[in-house]
Design a protein around this ligand. Structure first.
Ligand SMILES: C[S@@+](CC[C@H](N)C(=O)[O-])C[C@H]1O[C@@H](n2cnc3c(N)ncnc32)[C@H](O)[C@@H]1O
Length: 315
């Protein structure tokens, strides 16, 4: 196909694949200078514990009905690996060849490659040898700007008639207002402010001062691999309500929310902290913060601000 024949979606897919390839190539740099708790494994393992436990319980409750899954936008394949380790056949599709290479390598290292089948493609272009019992996506559905049409097509093409869907996606953008106030006050205070790495925070958020609102994310030019991907920017730019998109079409079996404040607070009191003492104290406090946060996430008045939503659905 010549560049003249290329559809806008092809161009977006090319950009999306390049973005995630680049992120995978630079993944060691992101871990070496983390800008978010997700890039500090010993912290991330703690913050995501409630979610991982919830996922494990959900899968084990439905294990008899789930023999195979398709993970949409599988990234480095962690969810496929976890399913394969539970004896489930896992198909993982990702538009980034570098991510798929990593997913395949890890499956081989873990000795589960026989249960994992990875493919580097736009998921809409994939042919599967069977219909699966569950469609899953973890942080990937919001990379489909035409999700309202594409999701029903994925369901029709890939999911068995009695199949399940398990989606974990961004829910609320930004911090809950009271948590934002608290963090900004602490960062500007004399006592705590001197330990807060303001320069790095401003560099990552693209501001020149803490009072400035967060700038519009760039939609063109060089990629910001610490930010949202090209397709994600297109989807999130329209302020979609993922829960509504899913609930309008399918039957909710369970829904749960994660990270009301634990992620934002951990960024402020650990990631952007210059003082080893404060970081040490935060690590000690973290199990309690996570426990408190998880309870907040069960209440509607708080979970409307949660960073992530999990929806377990049936057709
Ligand atoms: C936020 S990452 C999530 C990766 C993984 N699910 C995880 O939990 O780490 C989104 C992933 O979706 C993939 N993706 C975006 N658009 C896609 C498409 N059209 N088809 C397949 N994968 C896609 C990206 O390459 C990226 O790896």
């Amino acid at each position: 196909m010549s560049s003249v024949d290329k559809k806008p979606t092809d161009e977006l897919h090319d950009k999306e694949a390049r973005f995630w390839d680049l992120q995978e190539e630079r993944i060691d740099d992101l871990y070496a200078r983390p800008h978010d708790w997700r890039f500090i494994p010993k912290i991330a393992d703690k913050v995501i514990k409630p979610k991982i436990r919830y996922l494990q319980r959900l899968i084990s409750r439905h294990k008899k009905e789930i023999g195979s899954i398709l993970d949409i936008g599988c990234g480095n394949g962690w969810f496929c690996h976890a399913c394969a380790e539970a004896g489930i056949r896992a198909y993982g599709v990702d538009i980034s060849p570098k991510k798929v290479e990593t997913a395949q390598r890890i499956a081989e290292e873990k000795g589960i490659a026989d249960l994992c089948h990875f493919e580097a493609k736009d998921v809409m272009e994939v042919e599967l040898p069977e219909k699966v019992d569950m469609l899953s996506a973890h942080g990937s559905l919001h990379h489909f700007p035409d999700l309202e049409n594409q999701l029903p097509e994925m369901v029709e093409r890939f999911l068995s008639p009695d199949g399940y869907m398990l989606f974990v996606e961004p829910h609320h953008e930004g911090m809950p207002p009271n948590i934002q106030d608290f963090i900004f006050k602490a960062a500007s205070s004399k006592l705590f402010g001197r330990f807060f790495d303001k320069e790095f925070y401003l560099e990552v958020t693209g501001r020149s001062s803490l009072d400035e609102p967060e700038p519009e994310a760039p939609t063109e030019g060089d990629f910001n691999i610490r930010g949202e991907s090209p397709a994600g920017l297109e989807f999130l730019g329209e302020e979609p309500d993922m829960g509504k998109i899913l609930k309008d079409r399918y039957t909710i079996i369970e829904e749960k929310y994660f990270h009301y404040a634990s992620g934002h607070l951990t960024n402020a009191f650990y990631v952007y902290q210059k003082s080893k003492l404060t970081r040490g104290l935060w690590r000690l406090l973290l199990p309690w913060i996570i426990w408190w946060d998880d309870r907040r996430c069960d209440k509607a008045e708080y979970n409307k601000y949660a960073e992530e939503g999990l929806w377990f659905l049936k057709r």
